[in-house]
Each structure stands twice: as C-alpha cells, then as structure tokens.
Design a protein around this ligand. Sequence first.
Ligand code: NAI
Length: 394
Amino acid sequence: MRIEPVIQGVVARTAHPLGCEQAVLQQIEYVKSAKPITQGPKRVLILGASSGFGLAARIALTFGGANADTIGVSFERGPSEKGVGSAGYFNNLAFKKFAEREGHIAVNINGDVFSDAVREQVVEAIETYFEGEVDLVIYSIASGMRRKPGSDEFWRSAIKPIGDAVSGATIVLENDTWVDTTLEPANDEEIDSTLHVMGGEDWESWIDTLINNESIAPGCKTIAFSYVGPSITHPIYLDGTLGRAKIDLHQTSHSLNLKLANFDGGAYATVCKALVTKASVFIPGLSPYMLALYRVMKEKGTHEGCIEQMHRLFSDKLYSHTSVPVDGERLVRMDDWELNPNTQQRVREVLAEMNGSNFQQMGDYAGFKAEFLRLNGFGFDGIDYDADVDLERF
Ligand code: NAI
C-alpha cells in the first residue's frame, strides 16, 4: 500500500517505515561524524527507546564511540488491520537492524513500562545479554497514563496550569491553524495523577527493581529527562502539572543518587531543550514559544535536535569528567543554549509580534512541521512516497 501522512489534531496516524529507517540512519551518520564519546557505558537500558530523546540516546551510545549494547523498552504498535503501525515501531526495527549489522546487541522489548511483566522481561534480558548487570539506565518515558499497580484503573496525566487559568495558543498541525485557548487550572486529583504518571515514582521503582535483582554494575549511572524553560513558559509548564511532576523527578534523582552511591554510581535529572517530539507537540500553549525558539536558535546557529542534545550530553557532560557537571540544584543542564539571555531576549521580541495570522512567517513553522513529519518518516529525499510499501515485511 501507498502510505501518506495523516495527522489528526497534533497526532500522527500514519508512519512510513522506509522514512523512519532513514531518520534513524541520519542520526547514526551524525554521531559517527561527531566527536567520539569516550569512556561511555557498555551495557545500557533505555526505558522509552523508540523515539525522541530515548532513541537519540540509544543511537549516540551505540554508534557515537561508546559501542554500547542496548536493551530498549517502548510501547509501540506494529502494522495491523487497525493501521500501518507507529513510527516508534519502525524506528525500533531500523535501529536493531543497523546495530546488529555492526555487531552490537540490540534487544527491543515492546510493552508497558509500568507493568510487572515488562520488568521481568528486562531483568531476564539483562541476565541473558548483559552478564547480569547494566552500566547506565535512561528513563525517557513520556506517557499520558499509567495503570495503577495491581488494578484495572489508570492514572491519567492532565497538562494544565495550577492555581489560575492560563491563556495561550495551540497550533494544530492537521490544518496549520492557530487556536487561542484558555486552560483551566487542574484540580487536586489531576495534579496527583500527573505526578504518578510523569513524576519520579516509576523511575525510582525501576532502579529499586534493578538493585534488588543485583543488576546494577559498579559505577552505574541513571538519568531521566526534564524541562524547565524560560519564565514565559512557566505558567503552562514549570508552574503547572507537568512542572510539578518534573520537580518530583528532580527530587527522586537525589534519593536515587544516594542509593547508587553504594555502587560508586550516580543519578541525574537532565534538563533538555524544547524540541518537536510526539510528546511535546501535545502540550497546549507551548507551540508558539517553540516556533519562536526554533527561528531564533537557527538564526544564531545554536539549534540542536534530539541527537545533537544526546551526543553533547554523553560526550561533554556525563562521561567526560571525573564528576558530572551540575547546577546548584544538582541538575545536568542541556538547556544552556536555549536559555542564553540573548536568545531569550530575541524569542520574547518575536513572540510579542506573533499572532494567529502571522505565526507561519514570524516563527519557524515550516521547520517545526517538517520536523514533525520527519519523526513519522515523511519528507526524506530519496524515498519514493508514491511507491507501494509491503507492510508484511515489517
Ligand atoms: P517521545 O514521545 O518521543 O518518546 C516517549 C517514549 O516513551 C517512546 O519510546 C514511547 O514508546 C515510550 N512510552 C510511552 N509510554 C510507554 C509505556 N507505557 N511503556 C513503555 N514505553 C512507553 O517523547 P520525548 O519528548 O522524547 O520525551 C522523553 C522525556 O523527555 C520525557 O520525560 C519528556 O518530558 C522529556 N523532555 C522532552 C522535551 C521535549 O521538548 N520533547 C524537553 C525536555 C524533556
């Protein structure tokens, strides 16, 4: 069948397997030509490995000099009568193919990270493929819900402000429109549920599981990703439900750091730059800021994608010093270029002029949309999008 991009709201409903393969390949080529990651980890577990930061981290550590073997957990859909399959599903296949071709172990576990069954599979895979121990655990889950342990009920995250309503705009990728929105504040239950889904609880329980199973290697590190952003984004992000969950994640990093100190290792919440991913386009009110940020950082030559961020994280921060460089709150800052004062001054100027009729010119909407399409395998040169794809091959 011929596969075309189908976007519903801000959600991609189709993905192109050959384009996804191309996206993985381009990231591999980038890290191969970049400064090598030296002293990197050899056995890495990535929770949330199929897209965004998790996939980029997996690629950087496998192909960027560390030659890591990896176990990747993700929750993706393969082709079925319901649809062609998700981009992450095809990314996983492509990654495995390229990694194994170069002699690296690449185990994909497709299932719910919050379930006991996946935990058991991971512990077994660590025994089988990693001689029982991991050197790095990357927690890169972005999820809208989490099943409550031992129950059929779910916690659902709500992306809302806390305290007061916030006005903003969301850009609907389906029809390129700007929609002014007012987000009502979250109630206590929504705040609490978001904390369970996106806070540090599950990260901590994964590390506890690995400690209890004696799967932690000497010197093992763990990281999880966070976002802080400039003050203009705080009403919707840092001061809202997601920010509350991220602050919980930061606190979790301190308790995990104490636990891993017993293994001469450490735990770090890593603050990344705002980037187009399946998860981030879903955040209401954030897209105008991202359009302005993309334009300004590209103009200044400081724009990075997920792969550049992950490569710089491992080559310059996590594995290049005897102690990991952190800020006063013990956070690893990969958002340093985003938060550069000149960059933010310019972003504020652009945003002050941006509105529903000029956002495509004022911001880098073309770049934003093209990146979203590429995440789903569309828009790559050299791929014949008119040709039929045999989905039975995947
Ligand atoms: P993404 O949507 O590209 O990746 C999320 C990953 O989680 C995918 O591999 C998906 O399969 C996996 N996943 C989701 N639910 C799962 C489940 N129940 N079981 C197993 N796997 C599951 O998202 P992105 O943006 O890479 O987010 C990763 C982390 O980075 C999140 O914590 C996010 O808050 C953080 N972050 C993202 C930023 C951005 O601008 N995109 C900026 C700073 C931090």
